[in-house]
Design a protein. Structure first.
Length: 45
């Protein structure tokens, strides 16, 4: 834990938040790749 006169930083909270955000990014990236593949198969790209 880091304390300074302006804020308190608690890494454990940030790590759990980052894990959730990482899962969302992975899901969205998988959806994007599927859409790109579909467009390529249809001749869009």
């Amino acid at each position: 834990m880091t304390i300074n006169k302006y804020f308190v930083f608690v890494p454990s909270i940030e790590e759990s938040k980052a894990e959730k955000e990482s899962e969302v990014v992975k899901t969205k990236e998988a959806q994007r790749q599927a859409l790109v593949k579909q467009a390529q198969q249809q001749g869009g790209l």
